[in-house]
Design a protein around this ligand. Sequence first.
Ligand code: AHG
Ligand code: MN
Ligand code: MN
Length: 327
Amino acid sequence: MTLGITITKFLLEEQRKYPGSTGNFTGLFSDLVTAAKVISREVNRAGLIDILGSTGYKNVQGEEVQKLDEFANRTIIQTMEHGGWLCSMASEECEDIIPIPDDYPRGRYLLLFDPLDGSSNIDVNVSVGTIFSILRCECTDKVSVKDFLKPGTEQVCAGYIVYGSSTMLVYTTGHGVHGFTLDPGVGEFLLSHENITIPERGKIYSINEGNSRYWYPGTARYIEHLKNGNSTYSARYVGSLVADFHRNLLKGGIFLYPADRKSKNGKLRLLYEANPLSFIVEQAGGMASTGEKRILDIVPEELHQRVPLIIGSKRDVQEAERFWKEG
Ligand code: AHG
Ligand code: MN
Ligand code: MN
């Protein structure tokens, strides 16, 4: 582990490797890091300040909006809108795309995000996270939803922040996956996990087993196989995608939120949950699938589209796909 390399220094060094780069991306990322620090501070003080609990209304997905969902959403929008890096944004918490106010300059990137992932865990001190995806914007005139509907293969950067026992930021720009841990004393993200790779096969499976009555046969038979097969698997499911994914990325394993009889398209959102994590897992040597096809190849039709997600160690995902297709 190399200590003392701040995320800013790391980004600048990466930028120097690509002589044509303008520094716009580095600027964008620095603002994102600031937003992450502000959200992290608030998450860490939850319980002491009035940030726990529900706002009392529902979001576009019909889910209850927590105060911290709203805080994280506002923080990201307000930190990112004035930098001149972005053309527009899209968030899980906003039905429509978020315009850049007229008095700020517009840039060439689009930011998509899940401001607070794992909302149901906020009040009980279980890890939550933020997920983001960055696309290049080719629009010449007015930006529209259509500009966001690009397959995951077109992401220029994807990442997440996990507010856990420590706060960590993990990202990829297509040149490996790197992790930084927030040193609260210094207030900086320091390089702690360079070039993360996911084990080819894991020993962990993560699925909401409470949904088993709705599972299709492929899912049921696969989980049965993990329980009774030759190797022993452990079940681990926190209920915050970021935290479950992060653990499986480092230790090896598989996370599933498949299509079932209750959720025909799964539960998770393609553009700001499945796509960014799929880009990361592939860069780390893993795999992400709907059960039938690669997540990153899907051409989105809607901003808040849901997608079945099977993600993690390559050999585990391949095996799950086999069961799904036979099922
Ligand atoms: P969000 O808090 O952003 O709405 O996401 C919640 C998601 C995800 O974090 C988690 O993996 C999943 O919901 C858990 O769903 P179940 O409670 O249905 O298992
Ligand atoms: Mn989420
Ligand atoms: Mn969320």
